[in-house]
Unconditional design. Structure first.
Length: 211
């Protein structure tokens, strides 16, 4: 049977420079978007929800798994690229360093985990999970950075920020059919999963940092 595998990045977060970034929570906008997806029934057929262990990812994955009544687990190795060397950076500085991260995949930029190392980690973890999820659709919930690195690998493309989810605070997805297949398209807002009689009401993203 056809197996649909989706990778969903967490939506908007409450930026709190005083707390470590992995501990940040979703903000009101992010929670509303997750609630709308959970209530829509758009993910029916999903049998496995697998999340990064970061707070914002768990807060995205948990309501979806609860609505689906399916197995939920989190995996430590699915975290965003390790940026603990710098911690929180103001938006403009963050974007500059993120550009360098993607442009120099073999190098550690300002102590960050390199893009190549982060890609190897996320690809290995996704492959490991899929070997244990042979039936039913699978939803991975994670982050824009490593999600883009996974997308590049699956698509046979070089690492490039050109394939990033872009501005808007996250809450985007891509999907593919079974291990080894290429994504059907690039990143799309999660609202594209929701069947609506009023497509013009697709939620607008807020222009906030994608930390």
């Amino acid at each position: 049977m056809r197996q649909i595998i989706r990778y969903l990045s967490h939506p908007q977060v409450l930026i709190d420079p005083a707390n470590p970034i992995p501990n940040w929570s979703l903000n009101d906008q992010g929670m509303k978007r997750v609630a709308a997806l959970a209530a829509s029934g758009a993910l029916v057929g999903t049998k496995h929800v697998i999340s990064s262990a970061e707070t914002k990812a768990i807060e995205t994955a948990s309501p979806l798994a609860n609505a689906l009544g399916c197995r939920f687990e989190f995996r430590e190795a699915m975290h965003e690229n390790d940026r603990s060397a710098t911690g929180f950076l103001p938006s403009e500085e963050f974007e500059t360093v993120a550009d360098q991260f993607f442009a120099n995949p073999e190098k550690s930029v300002r102590g960050w985990e390199s893009a190549k190392a982060a890609q190897t980690r996320i690809v290995s973890e996704v492959q490991k999970c899929l070997r244990a999820c042979e039936t039913g659709d699978v939803l991975f919930v994670g982050h824009g950075g490593v999600g883009t690195l996974l997308f590049c690998y699956l698509s046979g493309l070089p690492i490039s920020r050109q394939f990033d989810q872009g501005p808007g605070g996250g809450g985007c997805f891509f999907e593919f059919e079974g291990p080894g297949s290429k994504p059907r398209s690039g990143w799309q807002p999660l609202e594209n999963l929701i069947v609506s009689d009023k497509p013009d009401e697709t939620a607008q993203h807020l222009s906030v940092s994608t930390h």
